[in-house]
Design a protein around this ligand. Structure first.
Ligand code: 173
Length: 323
């Protein structure tokens, strides 16, 4: 008789501990590499709002913010080491850890196909090994990059121009003769204002977010590549989640990635806005436009393959337009 009570108590304590563990709400730390409430952070912010609504009592995201909280090129390492659990970032910002991530810009097939043809799985292994992370959702796609200039050009020759870049544009702009200088987006306005650069690479959308239209005279057409911005989660964080928590995150990810195609509408709206702001389009002849386009992909893939001689050719097969 004497032993019964402690044993019953112990069972009770165990049961309630297990009960509270499974019912416990988990809070993840989230960060974005782009300025808060600007175009490339908005998808992430919708994702955070959905997780926090659907995940009440299960899982929440504490959104710490953007470049004011952490320099954009450091977000990849913060995710890898678990300083943050979940991040909104683009491959070009963490090539120091995973050069292959920059290859996302070269996709010429929708993510739905790349998830089926083995390309996503191939990249997932590299994310696992080099970034200790899982790519949850690519929410920016079909969003071309452009060259913006303050000096006019008439053909695809950038000799004598100094351009702001990230790894996205380096090989291409250099192949056309430009001198390049890498900066975070937050430094572009000042670089233009001071005349430190003659232009910059950036996608078709978002220049109004940081006021660059005030310091931009020309946009060169056509655009090239397809910008990628994705939500990533630290692998250890993911492994600790229970099924219900994983479902909230997984459902919100699928929901967001399915919206990536809406980017096309934003592309058109921003092109109109640029026109209204007086940004002139420099359009090449058809032959020059083809040369420019082909050079972009050739220089882009050459760069990826040079960095990753083993993975590069495989990624090219998964990502390129079927021949
Ligand atoms: O130009 C950039 O900073 C850059 O690389 C990028 C990538 C994806 C979306 C927007 C910008």
């Amino acid at each position: 008789m004497r032993n019964v009570l402690p044993r019953a108590l112990a069972a009770c304590v165990l049961a309630s501990a297990a009960g509270s563990a499974s019912a416990q709400e988990v809070t993840l730390k989230g960060i974005t590499a782009f300025a808060e409430q600007t175009f490339y952070s908005r998808g992430f912010e919708r994702f955070v709002a959905k997780v926090n609504a659907d995940g009440k009592g299960i899982i929440q995201i504490n959104y710490i913010g953007g470049p004011k909280a952490m320099p954009p090129f450091e977000v990849g390492n913060a995710l890898k080491t678990g300083v943050v659990d979940i991040a909104n970032d683009t491959g070009a910002f963490y090539t120091n850890l995973m050069p292959e991530a920059d290859a996302w810009k070269l996709t010429e097939r929708p993510m739905s196909e790349i998830r089926k043809n083995g390309g996503y799985d191939y990249m997932a292994k590299i994310y696992d090994q080099k970034l200790n992370a899982i790519l949850l959702a690519r929410h920016i796609d079909d969003n071309p990059f452009h060259l913006y200039l303050n000096k006019p050009i008439t053909k695809p020759d950038l000799t004598g121009l100094k351009l702001r870049i990230t790894p996205v544009y380096r090989d291409f702009f250099q192949a056309l003769g430009a001198t390049v200088v890498q900066t975070a987006p937050g430094e572009v306005y000042t670089a233009l204002e001071r005349g430190v650069v003659d232009g910059y690479g950036w996608p078709i959308t978002g220049i109004f977010d940081l006021g660059w239209q005030e310091k931009t005279k020309y946009r060169v057409d056509p655009g090239f590549y397809s910008a990628e911005v994705s939500i990533l989660i630290n692998k250890n964080t993911w492994a600790k989640l229970n099924d219900a928590q994983k479902k909230v995150i997984g459902d919100a990810s699928a929901w967001l990635e399915a919206q990536a195609q809406d980017t096309v509408k934003e592309n058109e709206a921003d092109a109109e806005k640029q026109k209204a702001a007086g940004i002139q389009v420099i359009a090449f002849t058809d032959a020059d436009a083809k040369f420019y386009h082909d050079k972009a992909y050739q220089a882009g893939w050459d760069g990826v393959i040079k960095q990753s001689p083993e993975s590069g050719p495989k990624l090219k097969e998964f990502f390129s337009k079927p021949k």
